[in-house]
Design a protein around this ligand. Structure first.
Ligand code: NCD
Length: 306
C-alpha cells in the first residue's frame, strides 16, 4: 500500500482493501497461535489521540502497535493542552516535532483526521470521525466475514440500526460494495440517510426485507450522543419495532453471522439471546480488529508484504 494515511474506505482501492485483509488474516492466524511479537514497527512511535470515549478501538490500536514493536503514548485529551485551547493542528505539530511516526485519532468532527493528515508528517489513522468514517472497524468486519466465508463477493449483508449517525455503517457500505457484496440498510425513517442509495446501498422498508436470505446481519448502537432526540418514541419501542431478535434473525440464512461493532446496548438493538447465540461473532470481531490494525500500521509503515 503506497499511502501515508488511512482516513476512510471511500478513498481506498479494492486492491488496497484486499491487501489489508490478506495481511490481517496472516496476523490473526499468528495471534491465534499465541504469536504476539512482530517487528514491523520496531524503533517507531505511535501516539493515540482520542477526543471521544472508546474501550475497544483504543485498546486494540494500542495492543496492535505494541505487538508490532512500537513505543506507544496515550494522550488523554481531558488532561492535555487541548483543554487550554490548543488547536488540533498545533497539537499535531507538537507531536511531529517529537519525531513521532503515527497518530491514531478519534474525533467528534467529521474531517478532523484529514485536516491533521494534511498538516503533519506522521502517518494518520482515523479511529472514527464524527458520523463520517471508521475504516478499521469496517475492515475488521470484512476480515471476520472473509475468514468465515472465504470471500466477500456475492455476500448479502444487512445492517440495521442508527444508520444516519453511524460511521461504521458508512465505512462498511463503501468497503463491502467495493469487494462485491450486497449491502442492505434498514433504519427508522428518521435515521436513514437516503443519499446512501447513490453509494450503492439497498434501502429496505422493513427488517424482514433487509434480513431475508442474508449471510450476515449487523446491528448498530443508537448513537444517542449524536442525536437531539425525537427520532423514535422510546428505547423500548425501538427494540420492539427496529431491533434484532431471534424471530427476525430466522429470516436470514441458517448459516448467517451476527455482527456488532460494540459497545452493545443489550436488549435495545439486539436481544441477549442474539448477542450470546450461536450465530454471534461479536467476540471474534475483537480479534479481527487487533489483526487488521496490525496490518494497517505495518502497511502504512511500508513494512511486510504477504
Ligand atoms: C463504534 C464507534 O465508536 O463508532 N464503536 C467502536 O468503535 N467499536 C460504534 C459505536 O460507538 O456504537
Amino acid at each position: 500500500m503506497n499511502r501515508k494515511d488511512l482516513l476512510g474506505l471511500y478513498d481506498l482501492t479494492t486492491e488496497e482493501i484486499e491487501e489489508i485483509l490478506r495481511l490481517g488474516l496472516y496476523f490473526k492466524t499468528a495471534l491465534k497461535r499465541g504469536e504476539k511479537e512482530h517487528p514491523a514497527l520496531k524503533g517507531r512511535s505511535v501516539v493515540l489521540l482520542f477526543y471521544e470515549n472508546s474501550t475497544r478501538t483504543r485498546t486494540s490500536f494500542e495492543l496492535a502497535a505494541k505487538f508490532s514493536g512500537a513505543s506507544v503514548v496515550n494522550i488523554s485529551v481531558a488532561t492535555s493542552s487541548v483543554q487550554k485551547g490548543e488547536t488540533l493542528v498545533d497539537t499535531g505539530k507538537t507531536l511531529d516535532a517529537m519525531k513521532n511516526d503515527f497518530i491514531i485519532i478519534r474525533h467528534p468532527m467529521g474531517g478532523a483526521p484529514k485536516l491533521l493528515a494534511e498538516t503533519v508528517k506522521a502517518h494518520v489513522v482515523n479511529g472514527g470521525d464524527g458520523i463520517n468514517e471508521h475504516p478499521t472497524q469496517a475492515l475488521l468486519d470484512m476480515l471476520t466475514l472473509k475468514e468465515h466465508f472465504g470471500r466477500i463477493e456475492g455476500l448479502k449483508v444487512a445492517i440495521l440500526g442508527d444508520i444516519r449517525h453511524s460511521r461504521v455503517a458508512k465505512s462498511n457500505l463503501y468497503g463491502l460494495t467495493k469487494l462485491g457484496a450486497e449491502v442492505r440498510l434498514f433504519a427508522p425513517k428518521t435515521l436513514m440517510p437516503e443519499r446512501l442509495e447513490r453509494e450503492g446501498a439497498i434501502l429496505c422498508s422493513s427488517r424482514e426485507e433487509a434480513v431475508r436470505g442474508a449471510d450476515a446481519v449487523m446491528g448498530l448502537r443508537i448513537q444517542l450522543e449524536r442525536q437531539k432526540g425525537g427520532n423514535f418514541p422510546s428505547l423500548g419501542e425501538y427494540a420492539k419495532y427496529y431491533g434484532l431478535d431471534e424471530q427476525i434473525l430466522s429470516y436470514a440464512k441458517k448459516s448467517a453471522l451476527v455482527l456488532h461493532p460494540g459497545p452493545v446496548n443489550r436488549g435495545v438493538e439486539l436481544t441477549s439471546a442474539v448477542i450470546d447465540g450461536k450465530q454471534s461473532r461479536i467476540e471474534d470481531q475483537v480479534l479481527s480488529g487487533l489483526s487488521v490494525r496490525m496490518a494497517v500500521l505495518s502497511l502504512l509503515a511500508g513494512e511486510e508484504k504477504v
